[in-house]
Design a protein around this ligand. Structure first.
Ligand SMILES: Nc1ncnc2c1ncn2[C@@H]1O[C@H](COP(=O)(O)OP(=O)(O)OP(=O)(O)O)[C@@H](O)[C@H]1O
Ligand SMILES: [Mg+2]
Length: 456
């Protein structure tokens, strides 16, 4: 779309010259002889950039106008002036001007300033979208007492350098908690590097965590920084810590204590400073009893324990969660639907063994499968089989209809989800057995389940 540029200058000849230049360059100019007229145009038109004269005769001057514009709009403003002194230029920049061009105007300079200004605005916009997206993804929804308590614990522990062990069932939001701790920490400008200990094959975990030097093993074509290295100065998030082998646990314990390590195949000692957050859905005390988890590592990680409540402990949050989940679906183009009050009441009676992840999948399923805009109690009854949390599509008489509407990608994903959920159920959640039955590598199946958000 043609970019609209507003010229605010009291001299008619300047407005005409600038309009001509802008038209030649493919922009669409708008003209105002005073700041007041300019502000009115801004109210009515979508403007992409402003050229603003500093000296505007007897009316409101350019610097005051700049202040007013910046209060309301986040547009790039380029100041133009025949009386340009360094001082006014500095003043204008302080008030938020993007650039300063002196009269007599040079064609090249003005076009360069405009091009830069527009590019800057575009980048700023993209940046904002990214920021919004991240903040949406990581927000912890809920107002129940248990969630309020969880948020308070996060706020208390986040701005310290304490290590935290995040515990809780599948799909309760442990990863969200880790992200929230990072967001409220003292190292938000450093990354939080996540390592999923369950998804990395045993033989690769050392290289993944500590990095490797070129040629240190078959396939190591170049040297690589490990996650510890990448997290230096920031946070290392060891997710699913309960699935780490005893061998890796021994290795990691030493490195966590010393904050020093060597890359695989390397001799140089690398020192880092990382804060560690770990998460698990396993009962580590039991795992210690069984000999599957090292007690010393447990005590090292468990400086501050935080337990994320199960969804059945905070059923009153369902309404807020559903609203948020629906909003996220709308941003993916899946249609905005509402649950009736009776439907919500019924949902509050379900036990949600898969917690918020199950609720999320359920809301998505309903948004795709239900033909009407209001999801009724009957729809919920049909789809929410008590206890299993994994109803099959054949339970709904109109189950096949969405396949006609959904994209191939969605339909494929849907099928995969249904198929793997069923196979997992048949094998009582045992991943190795399921992998064997469906003819997939265990690690591949694990990754697939993760990406489809199926809790095993
Ligand atoms: N309080 C919450 N507010 C909003 N969304 C949530 C909340 N808790 C969890 N979710 C959503 O539920 C899903 C599961 O959350 P998350 O991955 O953090 O769970 P988890 O405890 O790490 O699960 P697992 O043990 O299976 O790894 C995510 O899509 C997340 O966005
Ligand atoms: Mg997780």
């Amino acid at each position: 779309m043609t970019k609209q540029i507003l010229i605010i200058d009291d001299e008619a000849s300047i407005r005409e010259t600038l309009s001509g230049i802008l038209e030649d360059e493919g922009f669409s100019p708008l003209c105002a002889e005073s700041a007041e007229v300019g502000l009115t145009i801004l109210e009515e038109e979508t403007v992409d950039l402003i050229l603003l004269d500093i000296w505007l005769g007897d009316n409101m001057d350019g610097l005051t106008a700049l202040e007013k514009i910046k209060e309301i709009y986040s547009l790039p403003v380029i100041m133009i002036s025949g009386h340009g002194t360094i001082e006014t230029a500095v003043q204008a920049t302080r008030k938020g001007a993007f650039d300063f061009v002196e009269k007599p105007l040079s064609y090249d300079k003005i076009i360069l300033a405009i091009t830069n200004g527009l590019r800057f605005a575009q980048l700023e916009k993209e940046n904002k979208i990214l920021r919004d997206r991240t903040s949406k993804v990581t927000k912890i929804i809920g107002e129940s007492e248990v969630i309020k308590d969880l948020k308070a614990q996060i706020e208390r522990v986040a701005p310290t350098d304490a290590w935290v062990l995040i515990r809780g069932d599948h799909g309760t939001g442990k990863e969200l908690v880790a992200q929230a701790i990072h967001r409220h920490s003292l190292v938000t400008d450093h990354p939080m590097i996540a390592v999923n200990c369950a998804a990395i094959p045993e033989e690769l975990i050392e290289s993944e965590l500590f990095g490797h030097e070129k040629g240190s093993f078959t396939g190591a074509h170049s040297s690589k920084r490990g996650k510890f290295d990448q997290a230096d100065g920031g946070i290392l998030f060891l997710d699913e810590i309960g699935d780490m082998s005893l061998k890796t646990q021994a290795k990691i314990l030493r490195i966590l204590q010393e904050q020093k390590f060597e890359r695989v195949g390397g001799h140089k000692t690398i020192s880092v400073n990382v804060r560690v957050l770990a998460a698990t859905n396993k009962n580590l005390e039991e795992e210690i009893e069984k000999g599957n988890f090292r007690a010393d590592l447990f005590w090292r990680l468990n400086v501050v324990p935080i337990t994320v409540p199960r969804l059945c402990e905070r059923l009153d949050d369902i309404e807020l969660l559903v609203r948020d989940l629906m909003k996220r679906l709308v941003s993916r183009g899946l249609g905005n639907k509402k649950f009736s009050n009776n439907a919500l009441r019924l949902m509050k009676r379900h036990s949600w063994p898969g917690n918020v992840r199950e609720l999320r999948n359920f809301v998505e399923r309903m948004a795709i499968m239900c033909p009407s805009d209001i999801i009724s109690e009957e729809d919920v009854t049909l789809f929410l089989s008590p206890g299993t949390g994994a109803p099959t599509p054949s339970q709904h008489p109109e189950a096949m209809r969405p396949y006609e509407a959904a994209s191939f990608k969605d339909a494929k994903k849907y099928f995969e989800k249904e198929y793997l959920t069923q196979k997992l159920n048949e094998n009582n959640g045992n991943i190795s057995q399921t992998a064997e039955q469906v003819g997939m590598e265990r690690s591949h199946l694990h990754k697939k389940l993760k990406s489809l958000e199926i809790s095993s």
